[in-house]
Ligand binder design. Sequence first.
Ligand code: PRT
Ligand code: ZN
Length: 283
Amino acid sequence: MLRLAIQKSGRLSEDSLKLIRECGISFITSSLKLKTESTNFPLEILYLRDDDIPGYVADGVADIGIVGENVLVEEGMQQLAVEQLGFSKCRLSLAVPKGDQYEDISDLQGKNIATSYPKLLQAYLEDKGVQANIHTISGSVEIAPSIGLADAICDIVSSGSTLISNGLREVERVFKSQAVLIANGGLNDEKQEILNKLLFRIHAVQRAQKAKYILLNAPNDKIAEISELLPGAKSPSILPLAEEGWSSLHSVVNEDDFWEIIEKLKAAGAQGILVVPIEKMIV
Ligand code: PRT
Ligand code: ZN
């Protein structure tokens, strides 16, 4: 049985559980429980505070875990990272009161900066050749300038609305983060095999999230031109329609180039275009 540590309650919890469920792994959750076992996969889930996850994985109390890269790197444990998971995207940024003069990072020379991420901030300032006084606080960093505790802050930002509502302006991006899967370096063969199975499923889910299944009708004399526009897994599947001279083409397109392709397909004579989500994608 592989032991997975996820955040008990916070911004990573829901998406971590969703990913595991999308991998077809069932389990019963209860807010009172500290751990659960899957009913159909050799996985046990431990619910922990996010800050404790890297340490527990490094010590082998948990075999694998899901945590923000910001926490992982701040704790100096980036060697545990297996792969980025694409959710809980955010950035660690420097911000100053919005009325303050700020041109570049040298304006922070000798200033007081409040943060919960002293190591990441220190590394950034050193890289830029700036010396500042870092005040480490564990929460409510955004109020530090207004209570006179600091001249600037360095905190996690996602939409930016917390900064705005506290009269602050984002001036530097220190670190980009997202959820990452981490693993203990010394897993035995059995556990490694379970992890490989889990990764196989995660990859299938991730691939499917980026891809869309596309179906369209085309006159037969346009099939070659339209097929060129459809990258697909291999080449499009082509089925004759009941109407003479027409075919149905099926393929897969990437979400990122989706709108551009649709325009081109229409221009090339495609009709009745349907785009549907894909649940899993195995290559
Ligand atoms: O209790 P526990 O210690 O487990 O949780 P926590 O309170 O330490 O962490 P939590 O749940 O707040 O965040 C967990 C992880 O989610 C972080 O380590 C990041 O990797 C990621 N994440 C993604 C965020 C945000 N987005 C985020 N917006 N973490 C925090 N915030 C906070 C930020 O600190 C600020 O207060 O949200 C506010 C800013 O949000 P916007 O949208 O107003 O910019
Ligand atoms: Zn935390």
